[in-house]
Design a protein around this ligand. Structure first.
Ligand SMILES: *[C@@H]1O[C@H](CO)[C@@H](O)[C@H](O)[C@H]1NC(C)=O
Ligand SMILES: *[C@@H]1O[C@H](CO)[C@@H](O)[C@H](O)[C@H]1NC(C)=O
Ligand SMILES: *[C@@H]1O[C@H](CO)[C@@H](O)[C@H](O)[C@H]1NC(C)=O
Ligand SMILES: *[C@@H]1O[C@H](CO)[C@@H](O)[C@H](O)[C@H]1NC(C)=O
Ligand SMILES: *[C@@H]1O[C@H](CO)[C@@H](O)[C@H](O)[C@H]1NC(C)=O
Ligand SMILES: *[C@@H]1O[C@H](CO)[C@@H](O)[C@H](O)[C@H]1NC(C)=O
Ligand SMILES: *[C@@H]1O[C@H](CO)[C@@H](O)[C@H](O)[C@H]1NC(C)=O
Ligand SMILES: *[C@@H]1O[C@H](CO)[C@@H](O)[C@H](O)[C@H]1NC(C)=O
Ligand SMILES: *[C@@H]1O[C@H](CO)[C@@H](O)[C@H](O)[C@H]1NC(C)=O
Ligand SMILES: *[C@@H]1O[C@H](CO)[C@@H](O)[C@H](O)[C@H]1NC(C)=O
Ligand SMILES: *[C@@H]1O[C@H](CO)[C@@H](O)[C@H](O)[C@H]1NC(C)=O
Ligand SMILES: *[C@@H]1O[C@H](CO)[C@@H](O)[C@H](O)[C@H]1NC(C)=O
Length: 811
């Protein structure tokens, strides 16, 4: 069995709009330079405060523009240090708390290294505005904010604060309160309901619980924004009958069991998210029909009454955004006919069968359409049915579409249709869709050749994924017109010919995968010239010849390459000892949400990302966002000979090395012990001799090793990572002894040793080892642990983030 790798791509449809509200408020607190003279003691206190932190992370000028003083007293009244450059503990006696006249203090986005929130803030009792978000503060609040009686704006969001709901008594002026994304637990403190001036209240993403929403919310009748999402609220969704100013209401991800009818009194409501509740009955959309300003309605993850989705439901809502993902819908919602204003619609993850009606594409404002993971089979109307639609993002993934693909809309920019059964050739009309940025037709049954025009004249194309179709012919010339292309995956087709030299014009190319085709060519050393190439996969083709450059023609040195897979070709020759010199892997760019994206697609609503999954002997490692710095090499199944280069030890970031099924000779390089990140090492089926280097037992992440079928001898190094391997990893070497093999190295009268695990436990053992590895990596490592999950990895990777809620994955 061999290691294979699988790369799959996915859209991330992210409907984002609630965040705009808060940022616009913060912007009003612009801070100007210290135009007026500040008293020396105030400047001194600021400088002392500054010196409490590690200033290396800061650029010199950061402090200058960040404060202002009262023009008569010289006291500092405003301080803005949200630059992210303060790093260190914020001490209880910090000089910050000497600045007692501060009225406005912004110190968000710093790194206070898990300090607790110092009580010194309660001395700053003239504060009107205090923002402390995203600072890494931990633990319980040790003080009350009650001293800050002037406070009107308090933002503690995105820290790690714990304990019960903070005491905010006496803050009669408070109009803005953001406690979101912490770990506050327990019930709401009644003092909250005395804050009569609140117009913005965000308590989302905490562990607040209540068997019902307290009726006292009705006291807060100035509220315009209310979010209780991602908590543990239960009972009925209240009618909030006094909150006539409310325009945004987010209650998603709670455990509400029903909706109180008079929710229709919220006449100013514009945005409503009730997704993912535990409502046991189907929601009737008529409930919302009196909300005449409602623009956004998200009901995903609840069941919806089928009658209210039909065309004669009579519902007229002026919606712009509608989320009905995972609502157990079985028929196309014909009431969309009445929604002329609809721009973004998500009906993914339902059970809708049959064809998409023709009228749908005539909705005049349609922009983003997500139909993924249903059972659609086709389109009503002609092959031209889509062309005049205004849709720019269309997702058809994971349906049963069959037959030829209709010509795509003129305005299309992002198109994904993977995992369907489309047949016929890729429509040529796609070539003159000049906004097309992402095209994913993978896992279909397209035949014919890749349209020459597509890669040559499409100037905006950034991602092309045609994996697993039945495409023939050679890879066309590309990037003649602009060079934005970053990702090309044409793996698992029937492509022939050579790699086109025009690839060199694709200066943005990061990812090239042509695996499992019939390409016959020499190793493309010339791709070295691509400055951004990170992943190159040529496996299972008919490449041949040497993979080391002829003498005098420079070093191998693909500078930025992380992943090089050339297995199962016909490569020959040996590798010089300096083969891996100068291979400097740089780190992947990680997005704010921790994922790796192959492109910088700054559309406000979506990302197109990729996962790189590595599979070794039934182990499956999901490389999602985990390692920003790693490398893998797979040269297996070729005819490489000679020694394994010592320079392999220079690749510190290597996590997997597969040189199996070649004709390597000589010793296992000692330098492998220096590749400290190594998790998988396969040297089996070569002609290696000598002993297994002792140093390998130090490789603490090593989860899989095989040196089977070589000519190795001597004692197997007795580290736990190695002796825990199955016997089969060492078999076929006449001279090896020691655990896990049964041959003892000390002759037959040696003391009995611990018996090795039985063969049948093999799979489970590997899995356990991988768990150990996962712990070694700390948080964030996602591991798929079984063969079943390898198969599952071909399932949807849809990620829908709606209204700033946490990522929710549906597989
Ligand atoms: C400091 O300045 C450099 C270049 O001007 C910039 O790349 C870097 O991000 C800045 N660092 C901070 C912490 O602002
Ligand atoms: C001082 O500031 C106030 C507003 O903060 C302004 O009205 C006043 O004109 C200023 N005085 C001087 C002398 O600049
Ligand atoms: C704060 O207290 C620590 C001891 O707890 C002391 O070393 C430090 O000098 C004090 N800093 C200031 C600014 O007073
Ligand atoms: C409130 O502020 C005063 C000084 O203004 C201080 O003495 C007192 O300790 C503060 N109270 C609390 C609860 O922090
Ligand atoms: C509330 O504020 C007033 C002054 O505005 C003060 O006298 C009183 O002590 C405060 N109460 C608490 C509990 O801090
Ligand atoms: C509703 O708001 C009014 C003021 O607009 C207030 O007098 C009344 O007490 C509130 N009702 C409830 C139940 O809080
Ligand atoms: C969801 O509702 C069912 C009854 O409809 C109940 O048994 C279950 O405990 C509820 N789950 C949660 C998480 O509230
Ligand atoms: C699309 O629009 C063009 C121009 O408005 C029109 O000629 C054509 O018939 C339309 N096609 C379809 C299928 O509606
Ligand atoms: C797609 O093509 C493959 C091989 O050509 C075939 O086995 C499979 O049945 C086809 N699938 C459909 C849905 O036509
Ligand atoms: C590898 O090359 C040899 C001759 O160089 C040829 O006989 C053999 O068929 C090739 N194998 C593959 C899989 O292309
Ligand atoms: C995306 O936005 C970031 C900052 O908002 C910017 O630095 C970057 O250049 C943008 N990328 C593109 C491709 O527009
Ligand atoms: C391992 O690396 C160290 C320096 O990082 C080097 O001194 C040593 O020679 C290397 N060992 C081997 C066996 O290459």
């Amino acid at each position: 069995m061999m290691k294979t790798s699988c790369i799959h791509f996915h859209f991330l449809l992210v409907l984002l709009f609630c965040c705009a509200f808060s940022s616009s408020i913060l912007m009003t607190n612009a801070v100007y330079a210290g135009v007026y003279a500040c008293r020396p003691d105030q400047i001194l206190a600021l400088e002392l405060f500054q010196s409490e932190f590690d200033s290396h992370t800061c650029n010199g000028s950061t402090y200058d523009d960040s404060y202002s003083c009262d023009n008569t007293t010289g006291s500092m009244v405003e301080l803005e240090l949200s630059s992210g450059c303060l790093k260190g503990i914020l001490k209880p006696n910090s000089s910050l708390f000497e600045l007692r006249h501060l009225r406005s203090l912004h110190i968000s986005n710093n790194n206070f290294k898990s300090s607790s929130l110092p009580s010194g803030f309660s001395n700053l009792n003239r504060l009107e505005v205090l923002t402390l978000s995203s600072n890494g503060f931990v633990g319980q609040l040790s003080f009350s904010f009650s001293n800050l009686s002037q406070l009107s704006h308090l933002d503690l969001s995105s820290n790690e604060l714990t304990g019960s709901f903070p005491l905010i008594k006496n803050l009669s002026r408070l109009s803005y309160l953001d406690l979101s994304s912490n770990h506050f637990s327990g019930t709401l403190n009644p003092s909250l309901f005395e804050l009569h001036r609140l117009f913005y209240l965000d308590l989302s993403k905490n562990n607040l619980v209540s068997s019902s929403v307290p009726y006292e919310f009705d006291n807060l009748n100035r509220l315009e924004f209310l979010s209780l999402s991602n908590n543990g609220f239960q009972g009925q969704i209240p009618s909030f009958s006094n909150l006539s100013q409310l325009s945004s209401l987010y209650l998603q991800d709670n455990e509400f069991t029903g909706i109180e009818e008079p929710i229709s009194k919220l006449i100013n409501l514009r945005e409503l998210d009730l997704s993912f509740q535990n409502i046991s009955y189907p929601i009737d959309l008529n409930l919302f029909s009196s909300l005449k300003y409602l623009m956004t309605l998200i009901l995903s993850g609840n069941s919806i009454s089928p009658a209210s989705l039909s065309s004669d439901s009579g519902i007229s809502l002026d919606l712009i955004i509608l989320g009905l993902s995972g609502c157990d819908i079985r028929q196309f919602p014909n009431f969309f006919k009445n929604l002329d204003g609809l721009q973004q619609v998500d009906i993914s993850n339902n059970k809708i069968k049959g064809k998409i009606p023709e009228w749908f594409w005539n909705l005049p404002n349609l922009d983003i359409v997500n139909l993924a993971n249903n059972s659609f089979t086709g389109f009503e109307g002609s092959a031209e049915v889509l062309v005049n639609s205004t849709v720019t993002l269309l997702d058809l993934d994971l349906n049963n579409f069959e037959g030829p693909l209709p010509n795509p809309p003129h305005s299309l920019s992002h198109f994904s249709a993977w995992n369907n059964a489309f047949t016929g050739s890729i429509p040529l009309a796609i070539c003159n869709r000049s906004f097309l940025t992402i095209l994913d037709l993978s896992y279909n049954n397209f035949t014919g050749s890749i349209p020459r025009c597509l890669l040559n004249f499409q100037s905006s194309l950034t991602v092309l994924n045609l994996r697993k179709n039945s495409l023939e012919g050679s890879l066309p010339d590309m990037c003649n017109n602009g060079a934005l292309l970053q990702t090309i995956d044409v793996g698992y087709n029937q492509l022939t010919g050579k790699l086109p030299k025009s690839l060199l014009s694709c200066s943005s190319l990061r990812f090239l995968n042509v695996e499992n085709n019939k390409i016959k060519d020499a190793f493309p050393f010339w791709l070295k010239a691509l400055p951004n190439l990170q992943i190159l996969i040529l496996s299972s083709n008919k490449f041949d010849g040497p993979i080391s450059p002829p003498p005098g023609q420079g070093s191998f040195a693909f500078r930025g390459l992380h992943v090089l897979e050339i297995s199962y070709n016909n490569f020959t020759g040996s590798l010089p000892s300096n083969y891996f010199d100068n291979w400097q892997t740089s780190s992947f760019k990680k997005d704010q949400d921790g994922r790796i994206y192959m492109g910088d697609y700054n559309h406000t609503s979506y990302h197109y990302g990729y996962n790189l999954d590595l599979r070794y002997k039934g182990l499956h490692m999901e490389q999602e966002s985990v390692l920003t710095f790693y490398a893998t090499i797979d040269f297996s199944g070729n005819k490489l000979e000679g020694q394994i280069p010592e320079s392999i030890g220079l690749l510190k970031a290597l996590i997997a090395l597969n040189l199996s099924n070649n004709a390597f000779t000589g010793h296992i390089p000692l330098s492998l012990a220096n590749v400290t990140e190594l998790e998988s090492l396969d040297l089996s089926n070569n002609q290696l001799s000598g002993t297994i280097p002792k140093g390998l037992e130090r490789l603490s992440f090593l989860a899989y090793i095989s040196v089977a079928h070589n000519q190795l001898k001597g004692e197997i190094p007795q580290g736990t990572q190695i002796t825990g391997q199955p016997k089969s990893s060492f078999e076929g070497n006449e001279g090896l002894c020691g655990l896990p093999l049964e041959q003892s190295c000390f002759g037959s009268n040696a003391p009995p040793m611990q018996q090795p695990e039985e063969e049948k436990e093999e799979d489970e053992e590997e899995v356990l080892n991988w768990k150990a590895v996962a712990i070694g990596y700390g948080t964030g490592l996602l591991l798929g642990l079984s063969i079943a999950q390898v198969i599952a990895s071909y399932k949807p990777e849809w990620l829908t983030k709606i209204m700033c809620q946490r990522n929710r994955r549906t597989r």
